[in-house]
Every structure is written in structure tokens, then in C-alpha cells.
Design a protein around this ligand. Structure first.
Ligand SMILES: C[S@@+](CC[C@H](N)C(=O)[O-])C[C@H]1O[C@@H](n2cnc3c(N)ncnc32)[C@H](O)[C@@H]1O
Length: 272
């Protein structure tokens, strides 16, 4: 026990406390603990009403109503090469992305279940799920909960997919809380993922005007009408205990009445 003068017991009481050992309840390859911060009280109700899932839940039936016409497949054996017809050539042999600009421009097309390449083919990355452990922590009274890395995470690493209920426009309008809505597509149709009630740790990721994570469009369905998965990749080497942040974008901030608290020197939304 550390000795900090006569006040040591007060300092000990200020240590973060583990509220949950694993809110993923075994859904992830790693545990996702939740740490409180005794310096301020936080709303913990969210963890009682939230169902952890790493999947896209077909709430409005948009996936089920697809044509089920198989998309193109590759005929590579083992590892796909750069010449493979479905390889987007975005992943390095280590499974990381080296060209972030390309990641932002294109839809990343991973091999699908009808492809003849191996399951260990390097063009299957995001579809395999998150590999690097993260934790949820009480960031501050304004931003609420946030997500930080439990280990160092290299640049260009896939860290998770925005999971939740896939809903159509009508359903999205009916939902009164837009906090956890994320736009996506199924073929030409624009749909929304709502992670308020079901989702994974990515729904706790806060906004920063100097983000260290980017969100990319990735597909790996065998159906011709592709669901675009919203996938998160590190945009720099992220050190252990560093917060993971994305840029929510101008449209998200346009109708917000509160200032951004990202703390970046490049903050664009602090004067609201
Ligand atoms: C998708 S949620 C992120 C998780 C959220 N912090 C929580 O506790 O559930 C988005 C909400 O987090 C808060 N938030 C995220 N980034 C913020 C920022 N840079 N400044 C202020 N509030 C932020 C806002 O309340 C926002 O509506």
C-alpha cells in the first residue's frame, strides 16, 4: 500500500474501480472491463439496459429481403495476391492498412464466404473481429464514458465494427435519441445503425477534433447487394491507456447545443 502522508486513505479511495470485469460477456476475444472514476459520479444505468453484441441486427428486415444473388468470388488458392479480382489490396502482409487515404476513398472489399481462398487469406481482416483489447473508462462529467486501449495498438490496425440494430429511415425518425445513430448502406439504400440498446464497445468512442481512429466502409457479404460495415482503424500508433477517438463530422455537430470537450488545440466546436 503506498504511503502518501496522513491522507493516504483518501488517495487510495480515489483509485478507479472496476465496475464490470467484462461487459462483452465473452462476445469478444478479450474482456472489456469498465472503470469508474471516484472523482465524479457517472450514469451507470446504461450498462443495465445495454445488450452487448458484435453483430449487425437486421431490425427492419433489410438484409433478409435481399435478392441472395451471390456476388463475384475469387478463385485463388491459399493467399490472395494483388491480382485477385476481389482483393482491394489495402492490407499489408501484417493485416494492417498502410495507406489511410486509400482506406478513406474506397470501399474495402474483403473476400467472402464463397471465395476459394483460405480462411487465413490476408484479405479477410475486419470480418474476423477485433483482436486488440480495449476498456471503457469514465472520461469526465461532460463526455461521459470513453474507450481506451489496454495495450499498444499499431498504426493501421482494424479495431472493431460499429455494431447495433440496422434500421430504415422511418424507424430512425421514430427513435428519439440520435446519439448512437450511424449511417450506412445496403446496396444503393441508405440505412442507419442504432447502437443505443445493442452494440459493442465502439458506441462508447468519443469525438475528437484530432482523432486517432478512422472509420471506413468495408464489405464482405457474399450477396450482390452488399451491406457496408462501418469499420474502425487506428490512424496512428496508440499507446496503452490512450483514449480512442473518431471525428463525428460537421453534420453531427451542426445541431448540438453543447461545446466539444475534446481538449485538442485544433478543436473546431468548442464555442457553441
Ligand atoms: C456515441 S456517444 C459516446 C459515448 C458517450 N460518451 C457515453 O457515455 O455513452 C456520443 C456522446 O458522447 C458525448 N461526447 C462525445 N464526444 C464528446 C466531445 N468531444 N465533447 C463533448 N461531449 C462528447 C456527447 O454527450 C455525445 O452525445
Amino acid at each position: 500500500m503506498p504511503y502518501i502522508g496522513n491522507e493516504w486513505h483518501k488517495e487510495i479511495n480515489k483509485q478507479p474501480v472496476v465496475l464490470y470485469e467484462d461487459i462483452s460477456q465473452g462476445c469478444e476475444r478479450f474482456t472489456v472491463p469498465v472503470f469508474s472514476n471516484p472523482r465524479f459520479s457517472m450514469d451507470t444505468l446504461v450498462f443495465d439496459t445495454f445488450k452487448y453484441t458484435t453483430r449487425i441486427i437486421d431490425f427492419s428486415g433489410n438484409l433478409a429481403s435481399r435478392s441472395a444473388t451471390p456476388t463475384f468470388v475469387c478463385h485463388c488458392s491459399g493467399q490472395c495476391t494483388k491480382h485477385c479480382e476481389c482483393s482491394s489490396s489495402i492490407y499489408s502482409p501484417k493485416g494492417t492498412v498502410e495507406d489511410m487515404d486509400q482506406l478513406m476513398w474506397d470501399t474495402v472489399r474483403e473476400c467472402n464466404e464463397n471465395c476459394e481462398c483460405a480462411l487465413w487469406c490476408g484479405n479477410r481482416v475486419a470480418q474476423k473481429g477485433a483482436m486488440y483489447p480495449v476498456e471503457i473508462f469514465a472520461r469526465d462529467p461532460w463526455c461521459g464514458w470513453g474507450v481506451r486501449a489496454s495495450v499498444d495498438i499499431p498504426f493501421g490496425t482494424f479495431i472493431g465494427e460499429y455494431a447495433g440494430e440496422l434500421i430504415d429511415d422511418d424507424e430512425a425518425t421514430e427513435r428519439h435519441d440520435s446519439t448512437f445513430l450511424f449511417e450506412t448502406r445496403v446496396g444503393p439504400e441508405t440505412l442507419t445503425i442504432d447502437a443505443k440498446y445493442s452494440g459493442n464497445y465502439t458506441r462508447f468512442i468519443n469525438h475528437s477534433c484530432s482523432p486517432n481512429v478512422k472509420v471506413a466502409n468495408v464489405s464482405w457479404d457474399y450477396d450482390e447487394i452488399q451491406l457496408i460495415h462501418m469499420c474502425f482503424y487506428t490512424d496512428k500508433l496508440i499507446k496503452k491507456r490512450e483514449e480512442l477517438t473518431i471525428d463525428y463530422g460537421e453534420a453531427w455537430w451542426a445541431n448540438k447545443k453543447f461545446p466539444c470537450r475534446c481538449g485538442s488545440t485544433e478543436c473546431r466546436y468548442q464555442n457553441k
